[in-house]
Design a protein around this ligand. Structure first.
Ligand code: ADP
Ligand code: MG
Length: 285
């Protein structure tokens, strides 16, 4: 989709805009992941190449089973790639990078039930060796940012699902990551809570300037949230399309979602996903 521009990097061209080295935070190059199973090899991800700019909020959308979680785990250094590479700030990712936080779908399993809300948020800061006074400040700020500063002494199981997911988000942002990866984080909450959490992500992103890669299978959510939507094909996965979301930066659930441009973009993404399901691949095979 992008015009041909000079690119000094080696390897396949990224699907999105061409960014300078300085503006690029994350590079994914020719990423392939093959799982070895008893039933034989499963090629979950075939060939993914894209860049994320510093401070970008990109959504990654693809049908279920298209390798979204696999890709995030490879980026987070939680899983080895079969071939290709993931480069964060010029360094190849070989284990969990320091300045990265991940929010998974299953908040129920990601919080420690025996720790109170504030201690759950504080734990990664303790592990990172941050001193007590600063930890307290970061925890307080993060809980304020997600609107949970009134329940620091509650246990996760005393909170609703949406509140628990906000605790998980607070824990991620308290850590002050450079990159925040989110894997279908709102899939298990009700529609109203989900809308609130989407707006929370956009406000946190604007406030903190963090780079976010947000994975979802929900097309509307990807268009509402992202500055950019990267669409994956079905497995074995390649990038189907990569589009700029040229909606205004100020977004509201009611106005943005009823804007004609929102409908157009949503339609485009939907068509691409349908094509992907029917086996159309951008390289024509
Ligand atoms: P998504 O998150 O898009 O739903 P996944 O990354 O979970 O997709 O899975 C992509 C493909 O890889 C699926 O076919 C899935 O069955 C397979 N897969 C995922 N994890 C494993 C694993 N640990 N071992 C074998 N196959 C796996
Ligand atoms: Mg998944």
């Amino acid at each position: 989709m992008q015009p041909e521009t000079e690119n000094t990097s080696t390897g396949p061209m990224p699907a999105g805009k061409t960014l300078s080295d300085e503006d690029t935070l994350l590079r994914v190059r020719g990423l392939q992941k093959v799982y070895q199973t008893d039933a034989g090899p499963i090629e979950a991800v075939r060939d993914l190449t894209f860049d994320l700019g510093r401070g970008e909020l990109a959504c990654l959308v693809g049908p279920s089973g298209s390798g979204k979680t696999t890709l995030l785990k490879c980026i987070a250094g939680l899983m080895n790639v079969t071939s290709g590479e993931v480069i964060l700030d010029g360094q190849e990712v070989t284990g969990p990078p320091k300045r990265m936080a991940v929010v998974f779908q299953e908040y129920g399993r990601s919080l420690f039930p025996w720790l109170r809300v504030d201690s759950n948020v504080e734990l990664p800061l303790k592990n990172a060796g941050i001193d007590k006074a600063q930890r307290r400040e970061l925890v307080q700020e993060a809980l304020e940012a997600v609107g949970l500063d009134h329940v620091p002494r509650s246990y996760p199981w005393q909170l609703s699902g949406g509140m628990q997911q906000r605790v998980a988000i607070a824990r991620a942002i308290a850590y002050q990551p450079e990159v925040l990866l989110m894997d279908e984080p709102f899939a298990a909450v009700d529609a109203q809570t989900r809308a609130d959490l989407e707006d929370l992500i956009r406000s946190v992103w604007k406030k903190l300037g963090v780079t976010i890669l947000f994975v979802t299978h929900d097309i509307d959510e990807s268009v509402y949230l992202g500055q950019r939507v990267i669409m994956l094909s079905s497995s074995p996965t390649v990038i189907q399309d990569d589009i700029d979301i040229d909606l205004p930066a100020e977004r509201t659930q009611l106005e943005t979602r009823s804007a004609p441009r929102f409908t157009e973009l949503r339609h485009h993404v939907y068509e691409q996903i349908q094509a992907a399901k029917q086996g159309f691949r951008p390289d024509g095979d």
